[in-house]
Design a protein around this ligand. Sequence first.
Ligand code: ADP
Length: 177
Amino acid sequence: MTQKSSFIAIFPGSFDPITMGHLDIIRRASTLFPKIIVAVADPLHKKTMFTLEERIKLVKESVQGIPNVEVQGFTGLLVDFAKKVGARAIIRGLRAVSDFEYEFKMAWMNRRMYPEVETIFLIPSEEYAYLASSLVKEIALLGKDVDGLVPPPVEKKIRETILGKYKESKGPSLEFD
Ligand code: ADP
């Protein structure tokens, strides 16, 4: 392990879309590590509301002004991406106990495949403890504003696309994970 790689942490996720909860974790991580790479996944078995390009763009616009943060998309195994960029840590956010079982399994499997990388869990500010991208999408698809739940670039995108479409259409479509 090189000295340099020990300073890189990645924060992976679908970010479909990025929420204030994700941003809270990114801010906290950026005070701990000199370099954070937000790794936007192209999930194999998950249908997303926003394309990979849209999700990357929204994350990039949302993290502007936070020091030491870079944004990259990735496909395939997270540990392969971690190796490629020389990351020493994987950051994940933990909300309620319900996140724990899935996160524990993932951390264990990632360690098994790449023992040099540590998974580090951060908890968000209380106000974001129940916030999830899936909730944001449901609210938006039901025609309601999502201000305060997502960063301004995401709010704008949702207003222009989903809320706009909602007004023209008969009703929402909830076809995503
Ligand atoms: P994934 O599909 O990989 O779970 P997400 O974009 O849903 O991707 O989440 C990425 C990471 O951000 C996960 O560790 C998740 O627990 C965390 N996260 C999501 N929402 C919040 C939130 N409101 N507060 C803290 N962490 C969160």
